[in-house]
Design a protein around this ligand. Structure first.
Ligand SMILES: [Zn+2]
Length: 273
């Protein structure tokens, strides 16, 4: 199978570029995005230029991006990284008109990647959450990806499901309180989680309670948790046991930091020899 797609994952703190080398994801380059992006993503632009100009032929660049992008390619909203708003995505990445650009919400990309090629393969109903700078995610129902509202960067991480009772009082980047992703503000470090488990993270307990209710209501049997934070052993173990306590059947990919990049490739479409 040949895939003439380059995958690009742009997150709140890191970026990565990769392609499919025949039967596995090959990460070509990684770097940091940071507060001053998109002005300071020269490394990303140069990795894309090298791969599209000097590498194997590329006809599509699939970009997993957490912000909302209008039809003309301009970023219209990204609460976690407002400096991107107004940027023209193709220009910021140095992508020419001869290459097709496919932009996908990062949570939806991770869902596509894991259900097409990863731990969700063969499943038809999955709720997936990515835990990183914020919380993103996507829903697969009856084998169909349910895409978020167009031009709205607020996805599952901005569901206001955490009660204002002191467990989660942090204001979200979207300027509201109670958003699911504000649970990350009180995430304990690895040593504390290893010693005390989820009891040390009340907002995490609320997050899992909500996910258990949501999957029950939707009759979705599978929860996939992924994203860079799931690389942390104690956090992964605490969430896995917390999910089991709530009757949730959960899967975590072996390389959770790569789900979104995998999805950026899958979004570009597959070409068979
Ligand atoms: Zn929010």
């Amino acid at each position: 199978m040949e895939l003439r797609t380059l995958g690009v994952d742009i997150g709140g703190t890191t970026w990565s570029v990769g392609r499919w080398d025949g039967d596995a994801l090959q990460v070509i380059a990684t770097g940091v995005t940071g507060e001053h992006a998109p002005e300071e993503v020269r490394g990303l632009r140069s990795a894309i230029a090298q791969a599209t100009v000097l590498g194997e032929p590329v006809d599509t660049v699939g970009v997993a991006f957490p912000g909302a992008v209008a039809k003309d390619g301009r970023v219209t909203d990204w609460p976690n990284r407002p400096r991107w708003v107004g940027a023209h995505l193709a220009s910021a990445l140095g992508i020419g008109r001869d290459v097709r650009l496919e932009v996908t919400d990062d949570g939806v990309a991770a869902l596509r990647g894991e259900t097409a090629l990863g731990v969700g393969r063969g499943l038809s109903d999955v709720l997936l959450l990515t835990l990183g700078t914020g919380i993103g995610g996507g829903l697969l129902l009856d084998g169909r990806v349910r895409a978020p509202l167009p031009h709205d960067a607020r996805t599952i991480g901005h569901l206001r499901a955490l009660p204002p009772d002191g467990v989660s009082h942090t204001r979200c980047s979207c300027d509201r309180t109670g958003c699911l992703q504000t649970a990350l503000a009180s995430l304990p470090d690895e040593r504390v989680l290893r010693e005390q488990g989820l009891a040390a993270w009340p907002a995490g307990e609320r997050l899992l309670d909500f996910l258990a209710d949501l999957t029950r209501i939707l009759a979705v049997p599978w929860l996939v948790l992924t994203g860079g934070l799931l690389c942390r052993d104690a956090l992964r173990e605490a969430l896995t046991s917390g999910a089991a306590d709530r009757g949730l059947t959960m899967r975590v990919p072996a390389r959770p930091e790569q789900s979104t990049l995998l999805g950026a490739l899958a979004a570009g479409g597959w070409q068979h020899d």
